[in-house]
Design a protein around this ligand. Sequence first.
Ligand SMILES: Cc1cc2nc3c(=O)[nH]c(=O)nc-3n(C[C@H](O)[C@H](O)[C@H](O)COP(=O)(O)OP(=O)(O)OC[C@H]3O[C@@H](n4cnc5c(N)ncnc54)[C@H](O)[C@@H]3O)c2cc1C
Length: 484
Amino acid sequence: MKTHAPVHVVGGGLAGSEAAWQIARRGVPVVVHEMRPLRGTEAHKTDGLAELVCSNSFRSDEWQTNAVGLLHEEMRRAGSLIMAAGDLTKLPAGGALAVDRDLFSAEVTRRLAAHPLVTIARGEVEGLPPADWDSVVIATGPLTSPALSRAIEELTGEGGLAFFDAIAPIVHFDSIDLGTAWRQSRYDKAGPGGTGADYLNCPMSKLEYEAFVDALLAGEKTSFKEWEATTPYFDGCLPVEVMAERGRETLRFGPMKPVGLSNPHAGGARPYAVVQLRQDNALGTLWNMVGFQTKLKHAEQVRVFRMIPGLQNAEFARLGGLHRNTFLNSPCLIDATLRLNAMPRLRFAGQITGVEGYVESAAIGLLAGRFAAAERQGATIVPPPPTTALGALLAHITGGHIAHVEIEEPGAHPPSRRPRSFQPMNINYGLLPEPDPASVEVKGPDGRRLKGKERGFAKKRAMSARALRALDDWLGAETSAAAE
Ligand SMILES: Cc1cc2nc3c(=O)[nH]c(=O)nc-3n(C[C@H](O)[C@H](O)[C@H](O)COP(=O)(O)OP(=O)(O)OC[C@H]3O[C@@H](n4cnc5c(N)ncnc54)[C@H](O)[C@@H]3O)c2cc1C
């Protein structure tokens, strides 16, 4: 068998461990560089690989109607180490896959350490990887060490790397009541690439606005961790409830300002206040609540934001939050195989690419590992199709997200424009293309027409079945490409 030079993986977390496994399984040597225990992070407590820093859950394991469950299944079929160790160390948790965190990390560490093609090197990579590492996967996560962060920032330029994510909730388009909300841009301005009707507007009367402000003020909030509170990166993206605390009118002069808008459902009248949603993905299936970053607890967000007229039945693809997080403006900086445009010997994986969550981070590690191994072997790299959960996540970070448009800044007067920001995301069905209507069941086993939630489940089942068919074809095609 031909021997190859090693691929270097920086970071032995969820993504780095999975990437290393995928590389070694393909017969390519790999060195995993993990800085713990020589240098720690604010959240990790052990020296184990793939340490789970908070919850011990990989969320739902049900693949037919749950997007993260579908991602689990795809990863299992693709020979994932993280899923194999998770399945081996699972704990009773209903429909979720929860694991014993110590046994899980020990199993990942044991399997990698036992693999003849894997070397585990303890030590921090303190800047750009040495020039003679010609193939590198950087998987250093949301708490990438400062020296490496600085080097990546210098390489990618201003705005290339973010240190905080200020996430506003994202709503599934088909759960928005269009009998109440309407499409219009402020002052009907089209702007570059716009139509003049680019926003969905949810109107509020004075009474509704006052009740909403009261609910924001009373809502239960999560607190910053001590080390997050001292990170000075979140100036200028105040949580919506903090704006409400500054005065009852602050929101009405900020993101909820009604100027330049007229409600066609109320004879063209200007509403008292407005919540705007902006298209968040190229498919048009996901819309984000503009300026609504929040530290409200998740259950509170669902309760309080469903008070907004037009969002009374809203289904949230992602809820809001503010966290310390290091992530790249990936759609502008990395190519379809996760390589940095500015230095293609560097590939990125995990949370630093702008996905969110243990499973999603490992999923991008899985892809980065396969791509790096294929490149090393001179084989064709075949990315997974966007109809799979793996392909949809990849599309989100490498360009599926509409990251390049200029947008109207709602709080500013006169309206200013700034480049669209890219924010991390969990896997969800809104990232996958709509199914062929003919593939969605219309009747249940009892012959009754499916309605409401049941129809939603039927659609998800069709998307999941399509995803697994496409995944199996992709795995088959990848194997033939590797054999060429
Ligand atoms: C406080 C916190 C809580 C979270 N809680 C959850 C949760 O409950 N559920 C969930 O799904 N997701 C959670 N996340 C989000 C995310 O899914 C996890 O952080 C996940 O571990 C990311 O995987 P990763 O492989 O990208 O990074 P990590 O798992 O963090 O791995 C990165 C590794 O790189 C190492 N490293 C960093 N810099 C260097 C360097 N320069 N040289 C060598 N090694 C380096 C680190 O020590 C670490 O081992 C949380 C994140 C944070 C910060």
